[in-house]
Design a protein around this ligand. Structure first.
Ligand SMILES: [Fe+2]
Length: 137
């Protein structure tokens, strides 16, 4: 899942983090394709997990700060991803690269990210732009 500038939501710090998340997800996917060692894959998983959690916190901070009404829905999706990501990581630690883990890493993570950024985060970007304009007026 390649990052495209079309995916930007218009808040530069969030856009930069989204881009990084796409790159980190791709890196992980490529590490699996290339058959890199479990230690490397585990390390990439851990880093991606930490980064994603920090990103969600920051995004939710922007939402709280701008009184975004759809914050609960966003929080739910973020929690879903975090839970699913933990399951995948744990499963990998126990069972290695089983077909379902390979599928989760190569398809599920990137797809979730793209769908989330293009739907919920785009909606927030549009709201934030309006909320901000109102403040300036
Ligand atoms: Fe989000």
């Amino acid at each position: 899942m390649q990052w495209k500038d079309d995916y930007k939501i218009g808040i530069s710090v969030i856009d930069a983090q989204h881009k990084h998340l796409f790159i980190a997800t791709n890196e992980l996917s490529e590490a699996v394709s290339k058959g890199l060692t479990p230690a490397i894959i585990d390390n990439l998983l851990t880093q991606l997990g930490f980064y994603a959690v920090r990103h969600f916190q920051m995004e939710e901070h922007y939402m709280t700060e701008s009184s975004y009404p759809d914050l609960p829905e966003q929080r739910q999706e973020h929690q879903y991803f975090t839970k699913r990501f933990t399951e995948i990581s744990e499963d990998f630690k126990q069972n290695g690269l089983s077909p379902s883990i390979v599928h989760a890493i190569q398809n599920e993570l990137g797809l979730w990210l793209k769908n989330h950024v293009l739907a919920l985060d785009q909606a927030f970007g549009a709201y934030y732009a309006t909320a901000h304009t109102k403040k300036i007026e």
